[in-house]
Design a protein around this ligand. Sequence first.
Ligand code: SAH
Length: 219
Amino acid sequence: MNSEFQGIGMTSQRSRDRLAEQLREMGICSNEVLEAIRRIPRHIFVDEALASRAYDNTALPIGHNQTISQPYIVARMVEALLEEGTPEKVLEIGTGCGYQTAILSRLVKRVYSIERIDALLNKAREKFYALKCRNISARHGDGNLGWLQYQPFDGIIVSAAPTGVPNTLLEQLAVNGRLIIPVGRSGEQELVTIVRTDEGFTEKRLDWVSFVPMLEGIG
Ligand code: SAH
């Protein structure tokens, strides 16, 4: 890693190791997820002024009224995605600053990510390039519509909360594929795992969560 990515002081490898250890104590068991948390420099995904807080286990503002998700939630969602084996093709809705996308790119074969705010997407793309994450395809669009061209997906992970699960995302899930999604209005959102089976879908609730709303159309 070059020195900017490696970081010093509050953004050093020690800070990443400490964050991974904290997430393990909070119940994240997957060693590969914890290793990705140790490897991906979260501080390059936030404003320089916030870099010293990048390894706190909190959400932080990334502009345009959006936030970078809390590391625990990223780890929890990615762990839920990998629970029954590693999916090959994963669709992510809500690229945001791209941190979770970069984590996913270390763990699965190919990541397709959709963001409705062009300016965020462009900044995220620069980070993927700098970190040499070459298995990510990211595009500007409305995630409610999924990504028809590359469906079906073995996994779909949604980083913004719709009030109900979009049917289109269920349709673009492969059999045995897993959809990890926060659902509900602000203040009453639940993170759920939906698995597509031969007969239909099963649903499991994971946690109460707080995400920005999933909006319609592009920004
Ligand atoms: N995992 C990201 C989370 C960013 S916040 C990170 O850690 O940075 C959620 C993101 O979802 C925001 O960037 C928001 O613009 C985006 N979003 C909301 N509704 C969307 C939609 N319909 N399609 C695509 N992206 C959407």
